[in-house]
Design a protein. Structure first.
Length: 315
Protein backbone atom coordinates (compact mmCIF):
# COMPACT_ATOMS: atom_id res chain seq x y z
CA UNK A 1 0.00 0.00 0.00
CA UNK A 2 1.48 3.32 -1.08
CA UNK A 3 0.21 6.66 0.24
CA UNK A 4 0.53 10.02 -1.47
CA UNK A 5 -1.41 12.93 -2.96
CA UNK A 6 -3.84 12.70 -5.85
CA UNK A 7 -2.90 14.05 -9.29
CA UNK A 8 -4.86 15.12 -12.37
CA UNK A 9 -3.99 11.73 -13.88
CA UNK A 10 -6.04 9.95 -11.19
CA UNK A 11 -9.48 10.72 -12.62
CA UNK A 12 -10.11 7.23 -13.99
CA UNK A 13 -8.94 5.13 -11.00
CA UNK A 14 -10.72 7.50 -8.61
CA UNK A 15 -13.94 7.25 -10.65
CA UNK A 16 -13.63 3.45 -10.49
CA UNK A 17 -13.34 3.71 -6.70
CA UNK A 18 -16.46 5.95 -6.53
CA UNK A 19 -18.34 3.34 -8.61
CA UNK A 20 -17.32 0.50 -6.30
CA UNK A 21 -18.33 2.49 -3.20
CA UNK A 22 -21.70 3.46 -4.68
CA UNK A 23 -22.46 -0.16 -5.62
CA UNK A 24 -22.04 -1.05 -1.95
CA UNK A 25 -23.41 2.05 -0.20
CA UNK A 26 -26.25 3.28 -2.47
CA UNK A 27 -25.86 6.90 -1.42
CA UNK A 28 -26.75 8.41 -4.78
CA UNK A 29 -23.31 10.00 -5.17
CA UNK A 30 -22.34 8.79 -8.65
CA UNK A 31 -19.33 10.30 -10.41
CA UNK A 32 -17.87 9.42 -13.79
CA UNK A 33 -14.36 10.08 -15.08
CA UNK A 34 -15.24 13.56 -16.40
CA UNK A 35 -16.91 14.49 -13.10
CA UNK A 36 -13.85 13.43 -11.12
CA UNK A 37 -11.53 15.23 -13.51
CA UNK A 38 -13.56 18.40 -12.90
CA UNK A 39 -13.31 17.87 -9.13
CA UNK A 40 -9.53 17.43 -9.29
CA UNK A 41 -9.21 20.62 -11.36
CA UNK A 42 -11.26 22.70 -8.92
CA UNK A 43 -9.51 25.90 -7.90
CA UNK A 44 -10.35 25.35 -4.21
CA UNK A 45 -8.43 22.04 -3.98
CA UNK A 46 -4.66 21.99 -3.42
CA UNK A 47 -3.78 18.58 -4.88
CA UNK A 48 -0.29 18.47 -3.40
CA UNK A 49 -1.26 19.27 0.20
CA UNK A 50 -5.03 18.90 0.33
CA UNK A 51 -5.44 15.35 -0.98
CA UNK A 52 -4.33 11.86 0.00
CA UNK A 53 -4.75 8.43 -1.59
CA UNK A 54 -3.86 4.83 -0.79
CA UNK A 55 -2.77 2.87 -3.85
CA UNK A 56 -2.59 -0.85 -4.42
CA UNK A 57 -0.73 -1.24 -7.68
CA UNK A 58 -2.66 0.77 -10.29
CA UNK A 59 -5.78 0.99 -8.13
CA UNK A 60 -6.80 3.69 -5.67
CA UNK A 61 -8.43 1.92 -2.73
CA UNK A 62 -8.92 4.88 -0.37
CA UNK A 63 -8.78 8.64 -0.68
CA UNK A 64 -9.49 11.92 1.03
CA UNK A 65 -9.53 15.53 -0.02
CA UNK A 66 -9.96 18.82 1.75
CA UNK A 67 -11.12 21.74 -0.39
CA UNK A 68 -11.18 25.12 1.28
CA UNK A 69 -14.42 27.10 1.15
CA UNK A 70 -14.84 29.93 -1.31
CA UNK A 71 -15.41 32.30 1.60
CA UNK A 72 -15.64 32.16 5.39
CA UNK A 73 -17.49 34.15 8.01
CA UNK A 74 -16.91 33.56 11.73
CA UNK A 75 -15.80 29.94 11.25
CA UNK A 76 -14.24 28.19 8.25
CA UNK A 77 -16.17 24.92 7.86
CA UNK A 78 -14.07 22.49 5.83
CA UNK A 79 -15.66 19.28 4.60
CA UNK A 80 -13.50 16.16 4.44
CA UNK A 81 -14.51 14.13 1.40
CA UNK A 82 -13.29 10.58 1.11
CA UNK A 83 -13.97 6.89 1.04
CA UNK A 84 -12.56 3.38 1.16
CA UNK A 85 -13.13 0.57 -1.31
CA UNK A 86 -15.56 -2.00 0.17
CA UNK A 87 -12.91 -4.75 -0.13
CA UNK A 88 -10.47 -2.74 1.99
CA UNK A 89 -12.70 -1.55 4.81
CA UNK A 90 -12.14 -2.32 8.50
CA UNK A 91 -8.37 -2.23 8.00
CA UNK A 92 -7.74 1.22 9.45
CA UNK A 93 -7.59 3.12 6.14
CA UNK A 94 -10.57 5.32 6.99
CA UNK A 95 -9.07 6.19 10.36
CA UNK A 96 -5.80 7.15 8.71
CA UNK A 97 -7.65 9.49 6.31
CA UNK A 98 -9.56 11.13 9.17
CA UNK A 99 -6.33 11.60 11.14
CA UNK A 100 -4.72 13.14 8.05
CA UNK A 101 -7.69 15.51 7.70
CA UNK A 102 -7.42 16.62 11.33
CA UNK A 103 -3.69 17.33 10.91
CA UNK A 104 -3.98 18.98 7.52
CA UNK A 105 -7.08 21.20 7.77
CA UNK A 106 -5.61 23.87 10.10
CA UNK A 107 -2.71 24.67 7.78
CA UNK A 108 -4.84 24.84 4.65
CA UNK A 109 -7.38 26.98 6.45
CA UNK A 110 -4.79 29.38 7.87
CA UNK A 111 -3.43 30.04 4.38
CA UNK A 112 -6.88 30.77 2.96
CA UNK A 113 -8.38 32.63 5.95
CA UNK A 114 -5.72 33.69 8.43
CA UNK A 115 -6.97 33.96 11.99
CA UNK A 116 -10.38 32.43 11.29
CA UNK A 117 -11.23 29.38 13.46
CA UNK A 118 -11.58 26.17 11.47
CA UNK A 119 -14.06 23.34 11.94
CA UNK A 120 -13.68 20.00 10.18
CA UNK A 121 -16.85 18.30 8.92
CA UNK A 122 -17.59 14.87 7.56
CA UNK A 123 -20.80 13.14 6.47
CA UNK A 124 -22.15 9.75 7.53
CA UNK A 125 -25.11 8.26 5.69
CA UNK A 126 -27.67 6.41 7.78
CA UNK A 127 -26.68 2.78 8.05
CA UNK A 128 -22.96 3.47 7.64
CA UNK A 129 -22.12 2.54 11.22
CA UNK A 130 -18.40 2.35 10.46
CA UNK A 131 -18.16 6.04 9.55
CA UNK A 132 -20.32 7.02 12.51
CA UNK A 133 -18.07 5.10 14.91
CA UNK A 134 -14.96 6.53 13.24
CA UNK A 135 -16.24 10.09 13.62
CA UNK A 136 -17.21 9.64 17.24
CA UNK A 137 -13.88 8.02 18.17
CA UNK A 138 -12.07 10.99 16.64
CA UNK A 139 -14.09 13.42 18.75
CA UNK A 140 -16.57 14.63 16.13
CA UNK A 141 -20.11 15.48 17.26
CA UNK A 142 -23.32 15.18 15.23
CA UNK A 143 -24.50 18.69 14.37
CA UNK A 144 -27.03 18.48 11.52
CA UNK A 145 -29.29 16.12 9.58
CA UNK A 146 -29.76 16.12 5.81
CA UNK A 147 -32.03 14.26 3.42
CA UNK A 148 -31.97 13.28 -0.23
CA UNK A 149 -35.39 13.59 -1.86
CA UNK A 150 -36.60 12.38 -5.24
CA UNK A 151 -39.78 12.11 -7.25
CA UNK A 152 -40.76 10.27 -10.40
CA UNK A 153 -41.88 12.48 -13.28
CA UNK A 154 -44.40 10.04 -14.73
CA UNK A 155 -47.11 10.95 -12.19
CA UNK A 156 -49.22 14.06 -11.78
CA UNK A 157 -47.24 17.26 -11.52
CA UNK A 158 -48.06 20.24 -9.28
CA UNK A 159 -50.07 23.05 -10.87
CA UNK A 160 -48.13 26.19 -11.70
CA UNK A 161 -49.58 29.07 -9.69
CA UNK A 162 -47.01 31.90 -9.37
CA UNK A 163 -47.71 34.79 -6.99
CA UNK A 164 -49.12 37.98 -8.46
CA UNK A 165 -46.45 40.02 -10.16
CA UNK A 166 -43.98 37.13 -10.42
CA UNK A 167 -42.89 35.59 -13.71
CA UNK A 168 -40.46 32.73 -14.33
CA UNK A 169 -37.74 32.95 -16.97
CA UNK A 170 -35.19 30.45 -18.18
CA UNK A 171 -31.68 31.10 -16.90
CA UNK A 172 -29.56 33.21 -19.23
CA UNK A 173 -26.20 34.97 -18.91
CA UNK A 174 -28.06 38.26 -18.50
CA UNK A 175 -29.85 36.88 -15.43
CA UNK A 176 -26.83 35.12 -13.95
CA UNK A 177 -25.62 37.81 -11.56
CA UNK A 178 -29.16 38.19 -10.21
CA UNK A 179 -29.34 34.43 -9.76
CA UNK A 180 -26.07 34.40 -7.80
CA UNK A 181 -27.30 37.29 -5.64
CA UNK A 182 -30.53 35.44 -4.80
CA UNK A 183 -28.60 32.30 -3.94
CA UNK A 184 -26.25 34.16 -1.62
CA UNK A 185 -28.96 36.19 0.10
CA UNK A 186 -31.43 33.33 0.46
CA UNK A 187 -28.79 31.01 1.94
CA UNK A 188 -27.35 33.62 4.29
CA UNK A 189 -29.27 32.18 7.26
CA UNK A 190 -28.77 28.52 6.21
CA UNK A 191 -26.52 26.45 8.44
CA UNK A 192 -23.05 25.89 7.00
CA UNK A 193 -23.58 28.03 3.91
CA UNK A 194 -21.21 30.77 2.76
CA UNK A 195 -21.61 33.17 -0.19
CA UNK A 196 -20.47 32.14 -3.65
CA UNK A 197 -17.82 34.39 -5.13
CA UNK A 198 -18.02 35.07 -8.89
CA UNK A 199 -15.14 32.63 -9.34
CA UNK A 200 -16.68 29.80 -7.31
CA UNK A 201 -20.09 30.37 -8.92
CA UNK A 202 -18.59 30.04 -12.38
CA UNK A 203 -16.35 27.15 -11.43
CA UNK A 204 -18.74 25.02 -9.41
CA UNK A 205 -22.26 26.06 -10.46
CA UNK A 206 -22.87 27.58 -13.91
CA UNK A 207 -19.45 26.62 -15.28
CA UNK A 208 -19.74 22.95 -14.32
CA UNK A 209 -20.05 20.40 -17.09
CA UNK A 210 -23.18 19.18 -15.32
CA UNK A 211 -24.99 22.55 -15.39
CA UNK A 212 -28.18 22.53 -17.46
CA UNK A 213 -29.10 26.12 -18.38
CA UNK A 214 -32.25 25.05 -20.24
CA UNK A 215 -33.52 23.38 -17.04
CA UNK A 216 -32.60 26.26 -14.70
CA UNK A 217 -34.92 29.17 -13.92
CA UNK A 218 -35.12 32.59 -12.28
CA UNK A 219 -38.25 34.06 -10.68
CA UNK A 220 -38.63 37.77 -11.48
CA UNK A 221 -40.68 40.52 -9.87
CA UNK A 222 -40.53 43.91 -11.52
CA UNK A 223 -37.54 42.75 -13.52
CA UNK A 224 -35.62 41.84 -10.36
CA UNK A 225 -34.57 38.30 -9.47
CA UNK A 226 -36.37 37.08 -6.33
CA UNK A 227 -35.99 33.32 -6.67
CA UNK A 228 -33.65 30.88 -8.39
CA UNK A 229 -33.58 27.18 -9.30
CA UNK A 230 -30.34 25.75 -10.73
CA UNK A 231 -30.28 22.27 -12.24
CA UNK A 232 -27.41 19.86 -12.80
CA UNK A 233 -27.51 16.46 -14.48
CA UNK A 234 -25.04 13.65 -13.88
CA UNK A 235 -24.66 11.27 -16.81
CA UNK A 236 -23.63 8.43 -14.51
CA UNK A 237 -26.99 8.23 -12.68
CA UNK A 238 -28.97 5.06 -13.49
CA UNK A 239 -31.93 7.12 -14.73
CA UNK A 240 -31.98 10.52 -16.41
CA UNK A 241 -32.40 12.64 -13.31
CA UNK A 242 -32.67 16.41 -13.10
CA UNK A 243 -30.80 17.31 -9.93
CA UNK A 244 -31.92 20.58 -8.36
CA UNK A 245 -28.56 21.85 -7.18
CA UNK A 246 -29.87 25.14 -5.79
CA UNK A 247 -33.29 26.52 -4.98
CA UNK A 248 -33.66 29.75 -3.05
CA UNK A 249 -35.99 32.69 -2.47
CA UNK A 250 -35.18 36.12 -1.10
CA UNK A 251 -36.22 36.41 2.54
CA UNK A 252 -38.90 39.05 1.87
CA UNK A 253 -40.52 36.77 -0.73
CA UNK A 254 -40.66 33.63 1.41
CA UNK A 255 -44.06 32.18 2.20
CA UNK A 256 -45.63 33.64 -0.96
CA UNK A 257 -45.34 30.62 -3.23
CA UNK A 258 -42.23 31.59 -5.19
CA UNK A 259 -40.37 28.33 -4.47
CA UNK A 260 -43.47 26.24 -5.22
CA UNK A 261 -43.94 28.06 -8.53
CA UNK A 262 -40.29 27.52 -9.47
CA UNK A 263 -40.56 23.81 -8.67
CA UNK A 264 -43.81 23.38 -10.62
CA UNK A 265 -42.37 25.19 -13.62
CA UNK A 266 -39.15 23.18 -13.45
CA UNK A 267 -40.88 19.80 -13.12
CA UNK A 268 -42.98 20.52 -16.22
CA UNK A 269 -39.82 21.54 -18.10
CA UNK A 270 -37.94 18.44 -16.89
CA UNK A 271 -40.72 16.22 -18.20
CA UNK A 272 -40.79 17.97 -21.57
CA UNK A 273 -37.00 17.63 -21.80
CA UNK A 274 -37.13 13.87 -21.28
CA UNK A 275 -36.01 13.53 -17.68
CA UNK A 276 -37.38 10.53 -15.81
CA UNK A 277 -37.02 11.83 -12.26
CA UNK A 278 -36.00 14.85 -10.21
CA UNK A 279 -33.95 15.01 -7.02
CA UNK A 280 -32.52 17.42 -4.48
CA UNK A 281 -30.73 17.55 -1.15
CA UNK A 282 -32.16 19.40 1.81
CA UNK A 283 -31.20 20.37 5.32
CA UNK A 284 -33.75 18.37 7.31
CA UNK A 285 -33.51 20.91 10.15
CA UNK A 286 -34.13 23.88 7.83
CA UNK A 287 -36.39 26.31 9.73
CA UNK A 288 -37.98 27.65 6.52
CA UNK A 289 -40.08 24.50 6.09
CA UNK A 290 -38.34 23.42 2.88
CA UNK A 291 -39.02 19.71 3.42
CA UNK A 292 -42.78 20.36 3.52
CA UNK A 293 -42.60 22.44 0.32
CA UNK A 294 -40.85 19.60 -1.48
CA UNK A 295 -43.25 16.98 -0.15
CA UNK A 296 -46.19 18.99 -1.51
CA UNK A 297 -44.47 18.87 -4.90
CA UNK A 298 -44.31 15.08 -4.75
CA UNK A 299 -40.78 14.55 -3.46
CA UNK A 300 -40.08 11.83 -0.90
CA UNK A 301 -37.05 11.19 1.28
CA UNK A 302 -35.00 8.26 -0.01
CA UNK A 303 -32.02 8.47 2.35
CA UNK A 304 -30.67 10.54 5.21
CA UNK A 305 -27.25 11.59 6.41
CA UNK A 306 -25.71 13.27 9.43
CA UNK A 307 -23.06 15.98 9.43
CA UNK A 308 -20.36 15.63 12.10
CA UNK A 309 -18.12 18.49 13.17
CA UNK A 310 -14.84 18.83 15.05
CA UNK A 311 -13.52 22.31 16.00
CA UNK A 312 -9.77 22.64 15.30
CA UNK A 313 -7.12 25.20 16.14
CA UNK A 314 -6.05 27.18 13.03
CA UNK A 315 -2.44 27.63 11.99
Amino acid sequence: MEWGPLTREDARPLAELWTAMEAEDRTGEVYGVDDVDEQLAHHLIDLAEGTIAARKGERIVAFGYLPVKQSADEVHMMRLWGGVHPDYRRRGLGGRIVDWGIRTAPGLSARAFPGVPVELHLTAYDGRVGITALAERAGFAAVRSFARMERDLSGDLPVLDPPAGVSIAAWSPDLDEGARHVRNESFRDHWGSVPHTPESWRGHIVGSRNFRPEASFVALAGGRAVGVLITHCFDTMPTRTAWIQIIGTLREWRGKGVASALIAHALAAFTAQGYESAGLGVDADNPTGAVAVYRRAGFEIINRSTAYALPLTPG
